[in-house]
Each structure stands twice: as structure tokens, then as C-alpha cells.
Design a protein around this ligand. Structure first.
Ligand code: ACO
Length: 403
């Protein structure tokens, strides 16, 4: 209801770009995406190769430091992280302050934010040693925090980390294990989680990463910036989509008698804003390369875990139906990474509300890499967009008695 070009001329501005469709806010050497060709590369290496041959910690090193590590570098990185998995006992008390049914995402962001109070040596963003230590602390402790957020939500006791285990194995034990009982790690599950973490590890200037950079551009420390990123990821149009997908599939199965056609029609008619969650992407206008890998994994992992899930059949039917439909073809809407992840997490026993937390664990090294790149880039300035003002022109204050 306002004329953009007039407002632009009036303010002397040249661009109006809500949602930043065509505005680059930074230069970055971390991740390359070609949305039309369906290409994703971390530091130049195709996601398909990394998913098949690498490990989450190796990918984290690659994203954060720019190169694949030598064995010695990877060993040092891994052992530094294992040494920091414990949470301060006082931080553990934090969890008792939340209601039992709290969503684990705000619990995670609050606890990450609280790390700044426990590690006040982290406050100077230009102290390289402190940044290094904060990096390692985050890579270790966020996994423990995530597991405790889960334990809290199911009313089970916390376990101490076992640092003889790998990061993912430790996380699975902290999540599903019990203090006095041995926990047997299922290698299929550990490998599947590791692969999903790799697929989520970075995605250039998505909403949460841009948030991390924007908050960090004020020279806020790593913990504060990443806590903001966790909050940005919480929304259903971003990381919260994996939870929303599973809720959608469950509703189709339980409430709508598995009627995929009727659901797709409702989406096409935009009934009450209905969307096919897990479909569409700002950048990918071709199949999301991560979704391809997740789809293959979903089938394999479910078979290996001996789980058969009618929700996977519904997801496949939905995809088939949508990909053949003019509405989705015209708009270039394809499954994104989140369309099939929920089915895998569910088969592993994670409750729906933990799905976005798992996404956050994967995205962690990407956020750290971007914050570090931003803080060491001499071109970085405080992020401060402009606006087109559409409110009233100058008017006088009116006394209460005259209103
Ligand atoms: N289902 C139905 N229609 C859709 C969908 C969808 N999932 N996504 C986009 N559209 C339609 C829009 O209604 C719009 O139609 P119109 O031209 O008739 O108005 C058109 O496609 C373009 O969509 P926009 O919303 O303008 O696309 P944008 O780039 O702003 O949004 C987004 C991208 C947020 C991902 C969107 O596709 C969406 O909401 N998807 C569902 C949520 C989701 O899966 N999010 C996860 C994204 S990936 C990630 O964060 C890991």
C-alpha cells in the first residue's frame, strides 16, 4: 500500500529488498551453493563426497579452519573437544529452572547464552586464544547441553560424558543411556547421525547464520552470537521445518486417513496458509542435493534399524504427487533437507521436539566458521540495514485529556 520507488527516491536509498532476495551482505569463502544446478560444496568439496567419506568432526575442522585436517590435526581437535564435554555443575542447575515440558530449543539457546557467564575469558572477540577455546568449548558442550535438554524433558537423570567415546557416540549415550546401565552404541545409528550432522553443517547465509553474523558484527562474543543463531533456527520456516514435517505427516496419517491428494489440494489452494512443509527453498530451485542423500539414507537406516514407518510411505507419496503437479513445478518447489530427516530421527527414537536441536548440532561448526570469518574480515562493519519509513509525517503530541 505504498509506492516503493517514491520512498526510495525520498530517502536517497537505492534498494528495497525485504527477505534479502538479491542482497549480498558479506563475502565468504566457506560454502558454495548453485541453487539452479543443485550444487553444495564446503570449502570447495562436494557435499556428496563429504557425506560418503568424511566424518562430522573432520567436516567441522574443514569449515572452521579452511582445509581438511591431517591425522595429527584431527586427533588434536578431537581430543581437545572430548576434554571439554563436561558442563559446569552450576550450569546443570540451570535446567531445573525450566518447566518440564519446555521445548528443548529455547533451553538450548538459553544454556548457550549462559556460557558467557561461566567463561568470561570469552568476552573479547579479538583475543585469538580465547576464540579458539570458545570454539572447542562450544563443539563439546552444546552436545552435552542438547542431551540434558532431552533428559530434562523426559524426567530422567543426567549422565556424565564418557570421553573415551566419540562426540556422536557420547551424545547418543548421554541422550538414551541411564547412569547405572551400560549403553550399547548402535553403529548404524551413530553413522546415520554423523551423516545428518555433515549435511546440516553449513549453508552459507541462511537465516540463522546471517543472524550469527549480524549479532557478531556488533562484536558480541561467540556464545552470544550462536545463542541468537539457535533462536533463529527455531522458527518453522527454517530449522523448525523438520518438526513441522513430521507433524504434517502424522496429521495426514491419523486425522486425514492418509489422503495425500486432498492435502496437496489444500496446499495448492493455500487453505489457511497450508504449506507442504519440507518443500521449497530460497536458493535451491532444483532438487536440494542434501535431500537426495537423506532420502537414500532414510530407506537404508530404517531397514538397518528394523523399523518400518508408514510416515515414510506418506512422505514418498507426497513427494511423487507434488513433483508431478503444475503448482510445484511452476514455483520450482522440491523437497529440502528437512523433508526426510524427521522420519530417520523418529526411527532412532528421538521425540519430534528434538529434531530442530539435532539440526542445531549439525549447524554449529558452520555458525562458528562464519563468526570467525566475519570477525577477522577487515571489511566487516556493524550490520545496520536501512528502512523505508511509512508512518505519519510530523504531528504534535496530544495531551491525555484531549485524546
Ligand atoms: N508449500 C506450498 N507452497 C509453497 C511452499 C511450500 N512449502 N514454499 C513456497 N511456496 C509457494 C509460495 O506460496 C509462493 O507462491 P505464490 O507465488 O503463489 O505466492 C511461491 O511458492 C514462492 O514462495 P516464497 O514463500 O516466496 O519463497 P521464499 O524463498 O520466500 O521461501 C521457504 C522459502 C521459506 C523455504 C518456503 O519455501 C517455505 O516456507 N517452505 C516450507 C518450510 C520449510 O520447509 N522450510 C525449510 C527451509 S530449508 C531449511 O531451513 C533447512
Amino acid at each position: 500500500a505504498f509506492d516503493v520507488s517514491k520512498l526510495l527516491a525520498k530517502t536517497g536509498l537505492t534498494t528495497f529488498d525485504p527477505g534479502f532476495n538479491s542482497t549480498a551482505a558479506c563475502a565468504s569463502a566457506i560454502t558454495y551453493i548453485d541453487g539452479d544446478a543443485g550444487i553444495l560444496r564446503y570449502r570447495g568439496i562436494p557435499i556428496e563426497q563429504l557425506a560418503e567419506r568424511s566424518s562430522f568432526l573432520e567436516v567441522s575442522y574443514l569449515l572452521i579452519y579452511g582445509e581438511l585436517p591431517t591425522q595429527a590435526q584431527l586427533d588434536t581437535f578431537t581430543s581437545n573437544i572430548s576434554r571439554h564435554t563436561l558442563l559446569h555443575e552450576d550450569l546443570k542447575n540451570f535446567f531445573d529452572g525450566f518447566p518440564r515440558d519446555a521445548h528443548p530449543m529455547p533451553v538450548l539457546s538459553s544454556a548457550v547464552s549462559a556460557l558467557s557467564t561461566f567463561y568470561q575469558d570469552s568476552l573479547d572477540p579479538f583475543d585469538d586464544d580465547a576464540v579458539e577455546l570458545s570454539t572447542v568449548r562450544l563443539m563439546a558442550k552444546v552436545f552435552t547441553i542438547a542431551a540434558y535438554a532431552y533428559k530434562k524433558s523426559v524426567g530422567q537423570p543426567f549422565l556424565y560424558p564418557d570421553n573415551s567415546l566419540g562426540l556422536v557416540e557420547n551424545f547418543l549415550r548421554l541422550t538414551f543411556g541411564f547412569p547405572a546401565e551400560p549403553y550399547e552404541i548402535d553403529p548404524v545409528m551413530a553413522k546415520a547421525v554423523d551423516t545428518l550432522l555433515i549435511l546440516h553443517a553449513d549453508h552459507e547465509q541462511n537465516c540463522s547464520t546471517s543472524t550469527v553474523r549480524l549479532v557478531g558484527s556488533s562484536q558480541a562474543n561467540l556464545f552470544a552470537s550462536i545463542s541468537a543463531g539457535v533462536n533463529a533456527l527455531f522458527g518453522p520456516l527454517h530449522g523448525g521445518a523438520n518438526q513441522a514435517v513430521l507433524e504434517m505427516l502424522s496429521r495426514i496419517k491419523d486425522v486425514e486417513d492418509g489422503n495425500v491428494d486432498a492435502f496437496v489440494d489444500r496446499v495448492k489452494n493455500k487453505e489457511q496458509g497450508a504449506k507442504l512443509m519440507g518443500f521449497g527453498h530460497r536458493v535451491y530451485k532444483n532438487y536440494d542435493p542434501r535431500a537426495k542423500i537423506v532420502k537414500q539414507n532414510a530407506d537404508e537406516v530404517l531397514k538397518a534399524l528394523g523399523v518400518s514407518d508408514p510416515l515414510l510411505d506418506i512422505a514418498m507419496k507426497l513427494e511423487e504427487k507434488a513433483l508431478a503437479d503444475e503448482y510445484f513445478i511452476e514455483r520450482k518447489l522440491y523437497p529440502n533437507v528437512d523433508f526426510y530427516t524427521g522420519v530417520i530421527y523418529r526411527a532412532m527414537g528421538f521425540p519430534t521436539r528434538m529434531f530442530t536441536v539435532l539440526f542445531a548440532l549439525g549447524r554449529l561448526p558452520g555458525w562458528i566458521a562464519h563468526w570467525r570469518e566475519m570477525i577477522s574480515d577487515p571489511q566487516t562493519k556493524i550490520g545496520r540495514p536501512r528502512q523505508l519509513y511509512t508512518g505519519p509525517t510530523e504531528r504534535n503530541y496530544v495531551d491525555m485529556s484531549d485524546r
